[in-house]
Design a protein around this ligand. Structure first.
Ligand SMILES: [Zn+2]
Length: 442
C-alpha cells in the first residue's frame, strides 16, 4: 500500500518515524569491551520525550554512560498481572564506509528509515515511546500495569542492562509475568490474501565450550603417544563433523506445519527442506532451530615448531534446543571422548513457551484488526534476546513481538546487524497501531 491509501492520522503514527530517526542519530554502538559511547545519550532522548508529555521515569546507570530507562503505567485493574515491554538502546557497531548512507544520520529515503538500529531495535524503542506518549496525552489507561523498559547492553549479554536491572532493581518489575520485545511480529507475505506474522515463542540455549586436552610435553623429534594437539584435533573434528538429527520441538513443529499449510505444500517431518525453502531469507532466523548445532570456532596450542605442548584447547559454539539440553551434553561428551575435558566459556538457558493464552489471543486480535490477512505463527529463534534474562531472573514469559507489516520482497533477516539496515516508515506506523490496541486492550 502507498501512504496515500493509508494516511497516518494519529499523533503516534505521525511522530514514530521522527522518534526513530532521533534515536538512530545518537550513536550507542556496543563494542562489548566498554569502549563505546554507551547508552546514556539515547536514554536521555527517551527521558526527554517522556518528560515532554509529563511521564516520570526512572533513570538507572549501571556503569558510567550505561543508561537504562524504566517507567510504569498504572492499569485500571490491579488484580491483573503486569506486562513488560522492553527494548534495548544499544546497537552493534557499523562501518560507515560499507553503507550507502551515514549509519548514524537517521535518514529517511524512499519511505524507509535508514541507519544502525532501524530494525535492531530503535524501531521498537520509538514505537514504545510513540504509543506511551499517546496513551498519556489522551488520558487513556490500560487494563493492567505496563512496565516500559529501554535498556542497555543487550548486544553484549545484558550485563549493564537487563541483568543489572533484574539483579539490583527487581522491584521495578513487580507483578510482571509476561513480556514482549524483539525479534518477532514481522510479516511474511504468502500472497496478497495471506500474511504470516512470526511471533517468537522459543529460543535455543547457548553453550560456548572450551575443550581441553592434556598430554605429555616433549621434544618434537622424539616418540610421543600422548600428544595433546592430536587429541584436541580429533575431538574437534568429531564434534564439528557431527550431523545432529532433526529434532522438532513443539514450536518448530507448529511453525513448519503452519507454513506448509499457508503455502499449500505437504510437510514431511523427515524432510522439512521444501517448507524452509518457502520462507526465503527468513531461514536465517529459523534454519538452525531444527537441530542442535556445534560449531568449532577457536583452536589454541603450542608455541614452537619442535616443542610438543602439554596442553591444547579449542572453543566450540554449541546451541541446544529447548527441552533437550541433557541429551545435547550427553552426545557432546561422547563425541569429545574421555581424553578431553569440557568447561563452559558461557552457558545460557533455552526458552520455550506455548502459543496460547490471553496475551497470544490479544496479539492475534490486534494484528487482525490492522491487517485482515494476518495469521500468527509461533517460531523458535536460534539466537537469544533479553527475554532470557527476564525469564531466568524473574520467571517472565517472553514473546518476540515487534509488529511490522513488511513489503513482500523485503529481505528482513539480512537487516539485523547488516549493512544498510532500514525499516519502512509505514511498517512503524502499522506497528504503532497494533501495539496501541494490544497494550490498551490486553
Ligand atoms: Zn536486538
Amino acid at each position: 500500500m502507498t501512504s496515500a491509501e493509508t494516511p497516518a492520522t494519529t499523533p503516534a503514527e505521525n511522530e514514530v518515524a521522527e522518534l526513530c530517526t532521533e534515536l538512530i542519530s545518537v550513536d550507542s554502538s556496543n563494542y562489548g569491551d566498554g569502549s563505546g559511547p554507551g547508552e546514556r545519550a539515547a536514554a536521555e532522548v527517551v527521558m526527554a520525550r517522556l518528560a515532554e508529555v509529563g511521564i516520570e521515569a526512572t533513570y538507572i546507570e549501571s556503569a558510567p554512560g550505561r543508561g537504562n530507562v524504566i517507567t510504569r503505567v498504572e492499569g485500571t485493574d490491579p488484580s491483573l498481572p503486569a506486562l513488560l515491554v522492553h527494548g534495548h538502546l544499544d546497537v552493534v557497531p557499523a562501518n560507515a564506509a560499507d553503507w550507502s548512507v551515514d549509519p548514524f544520520a537517521g535518514e529517511i529515503r524512499d519511505g524507509y528509515i535508514w541507519g544502525r538500529g532501524a530494525v535492531d531495535m530503535k524501531d521498537m524503542d520509538a514505537m514504545m515511546l510513540a504509543v506511551l506518549r499517546q496513551l498519556t496525552r489522551d488520558g487513556r489507561r490500560p487494563r493492567r500495569d505496563l512496565v516500559f523498559a529501554w535498556v542497555a547492553d543487550e548486544e553484549a549479554g545484558g550485563v549493564y542492562g537487563a541483568k543489572h536491572l533484574t539483579k539490583h532493581h527487581p522491584e521495578l518489575f513487580e507483578g510482571v509475568t509476561e513480556s514482549i520485545s524483539e525479534v518477532g511480529g514481522y510479516s511474511l507475505e504468502v500472497d496478497p490474501s495471506l500474511r504470516l506474522y512470526l511471533i517468537e515463542t522459543a529460543q535455543k540455549g547457548l553453550a560456548w565450550m572450551r575443550l581441553v586436552a592434556d598430554g605429555t610435553a616433549g621434544h618434537g623429534s622424539m616418540l610421543n603417544s600422548d600428544n595433546a594437539v592430536t587429541e584436541i584435533a580429533k575431538a574437534v573434528a568429531r564434534i564439528g563433523a557431527h550431523e545432529w538429527p532433526i529434532t522438532l520441538t513443539p514450536t518448530v513443529r507448529t511453525f513448519l506445519t503452519e507454513v506448509a499449510a499457508a503455502f499449500g505444500i505437504p510437510f514431511d517431518e523427515n524432510d522439512p527442506a521444501p517448507v524452509l525453502d518457502k520462507i526465503g531469507p527468513l531461514v536465517r532466523f529459523v534454519g538452525a532451530t531444527l537441530s542442535h548445532t556445534t560449531n568449532p570456532t577457536q583452536l589454541d596450542a603450542g608455541y614452537k615448531s619442535n616443542v610438543i605442548p602439554g596442553q591444547a584447547s579449542a572453543v566450540v559454539d554449541g546451541r541446544f534446543l529447548p527441552g533437550h539440553e541433557d541429551e545435547f551434553f550427553k552426545t557432546v561428551d561422547e563425541l569429545i571422548g574421555p581424553g578431553v575435558r569440557r568447561e563452559f566459556v558461557h552457558h545460557d538457558i533455552a526458552l520455550e513457551t506455548s502459543f496460547d493464552g490471553a496475551l497470544v489471543e490479544s496479539m492475534i486480535a490486534a494484528l487482525k484488526a490492522e491487517d485482515p490477512t494476518a495469521r500468527a505463527v509461533p517460531y523458535c529463534m536460534s539466537g537469544g534476546t533479553d527475554n532470557k534474562t527476564f525469564f531466568a531472573d524473574l520467571g517472565v514469559r517472553g514473546f518476540g513481538f515487534v509488529p511490522l507489516r513488511l513489503p513482500g520482497d523485503m529481505d528482513f533477516a539480512s537487516m539485523f546487524h547488516g549493512v544498510d539496515e532500514r525499516v519502512p516508515v509505514e511498517a512503524l506506523q502499522f506497528g504503532v497501531r497494533v501495539l496501541d490496541r494490544l497494550l490498551l486492550n490486553y
